[in-house]
Write a protein that binds this ligand. Structure first.
Ligand SMILES: [Zn+2]
Length: 136
């Protein structure tokens, strides 16, 4: 059985409000068939959770064996319900973005410790008052 190489691993939340925005971005950049995905309620936080981080690091190892990706893209978003589940409370958008920034950097550092050859990109989707989305 042969497997096709991909360029990237996308790490992205399942939040329904970002799905069409993400889909449109995939379309606009001709990305179909070129990525692996780790996708559930904010998987960025799963890498920071001592109970689950090894499982997620192992998944990245599996993707390397299967599809040889070169870059990991963390696709983060604001107003994330998973952050609420993990007990985060933000005072305002600036506070929210600064804490997300710290967490995203921790995840990049964690993955890089195990897999130092990856390039990383962090993208943030801002969800507005009427659930409209735009990139930070
Ligand atoms: Zn989310």
């Amino acid at each position: 059985m042969s497997h096709q190489d991909v360029e990237n691993i996308h790490i992205i939340c399942t939040d329904p409000r970002i799905q069409k925005f993400y889909h449109d971005w995939l379309e606009q950049n001709n990305l179909w068939g070129k990525f692996d995905t780790i996708k559930h309620e904010n998987p960025i936080l799963s890498f920071l959770d001592p109970k689950s981080k090894d499982i997620y690091l192992e998944r990245i190892g599996n993707y390397i064996k299967l599809h040889n990706p070169k870059k990991i893209i963390l696709i983060d978003h604001t107003n994330c319900g998973a952050y609420n589940l993990y007990g985060y409370n933000f005072t305002d958008l600036e506070n929210e973005l600064s804490i997300h920034h710290v967490n995203n950097k921790k995840v990049v550092d964690l993955i890089a410790q195990s897999y130092p050859n990856f390039k990383f990109e962090i993208k943030t989707i801002i969800i507005g008052a009427n659930d409209e989305c735009h990139w930070l």
